[in-house]
Each structure stands twice: as structure tokens, then as C-alpha cells.
Design a protein around this ligand. Sequence first.
Ligand SMILES: *[C@@H]1O[C@H](CO)[C@@H](O)[C@H](O)[C@H]1NC(C)=O
Ligand SMILES: *[C@@H]1O[C@H](CO)[C@@H](O)[C@H](O)[C@H]1NC(C)=O
Length: 179
Amino acid sequence: MLLISILSVFYFNFTVGQNGQQCTTEKRCQCKDVESGLFADCSGLNLNSYPKFFDGIVTIDVSFNKLKNFPSTIDVPTSLKHLNLSGNLLARIDTDKSRKLFTYINNLESLNLSSNFIPLDPKIYTKNIFMKLTKLKSLDLTRNTLTRYEFRNLDRVIQPLVSLKTFAIDGSEKISFGV
Ligand SMILES: *[C@@H]1O[C@H](CO)[C@@H](O)[C@H](O)[C@H]1NC(C)=O
Ligand SMILES: *[C@@H]1O[C@H](CO)[C@@H](O)[C@H](O)[C@H]1NC(C)=O
């Protein structure tokens, strides 16, 4: 009997080590090694704060949680290339936290802010908010709160994004480029 229980303990440890590769401090996140690099999948876990993401992670998916803020620079590694924050409770982008973050994760290639509550508003999207994101290829801002204000120079906000290939926003007659 004793021998059997010791064996099962060893077996348990072994399986945890094999399948439960950890890349964040949140055990429910799934860590996958995909072609592009380490992928931390924390989608749909009811998170209202960020776990710490370990160094070397390339993709973070925290979509469909209850996050009200952007992650801080100590939560995410500079290796980050893809950040999916869609389907959360973000309401502003012009916070100190997001400013610091967008300066820090300057290898970012895709940012998904779809389905949040961030109005496309010139006061919130300040001119230099994306200044350092020169590698960003994809930016999704769809399904956010409709703006109450005219936004006539959105092009100035995305101008620093010199690698941008895909940019998605909801159509609104209040928004235009360089008029
Ligand atoms: C979030 O973005 C990542 C990286 O672009 C993607 O792989 C993932 O499928 C996205 N999640 C959802 C729920 O669309
Ligand atoms: C952003 O995430 C949503 C899921 O919330 C997904 O449907 C959409 O395709 C993503 N956008 C891009 C550009 O991948």
C-alpha cells in the first residue's frame, strides 16, 4: 500500500511537470509553445487583475475577462509581440499605466482592444500615445464606446505606427483623417 501511494505521488508530479508548463503566476492560464513562441492563454478566466507573465512570452491573450486597466510594465516582458485585451472593461487609454506600457513593450506587433469601453475621442487618444510602437502591424479598436466628440485628425495618432498594415475601427461620421 505504501509503495503504491508513493508511486502515485511521483506519477502526479511527473504529469504536472509535463502538461502544466507555467508561464504566468495564474495557474489557470494555459501556456502553449506555438510556432511564433510562448503563448499565454488567459482568455475567459474572470480575471480582474493581471498575473505576472514570465520572460520570453511572445503572445498574451487576456481577452474576455474583467480587466479595467492596462497591465503594468512589471507584469509583462519586453519580448511581447501580441497582446489581446479584447472583451474587457477598459475605459481609457490615456492613463499613466498605458503610456508607460506602450513605451516599454516596443516590440509589439499586434494590439487588440476590440470590445472595450474606450471612446475614439481626441482627448483619450492623445497624439503621442503610440509613439514607440514602430513595429505594430495590427491594431483593432472595433466595438468600443461611440464617441461624442469629433475626431478629425486620427491620422496623427496612428502616424508613428510606421509598420501598420491592419487598422480596424467602427465607422462613424465623427471620425476622419487629416481634415
Ligand atoms: C487574441 O489574440 C491572439 C493573438 O493575436 C489570438 O491568437 C487569439 O486567438 C485572440 N483571442 C480571441 C479570443 O480572439
Ligand atoms: C480581436 O479579438 C476579437 C475577439 O474579441 C476577434 O474577433 C478579432 O478577430 C481580433 N482582431 C484581430 C485583428 O485579430
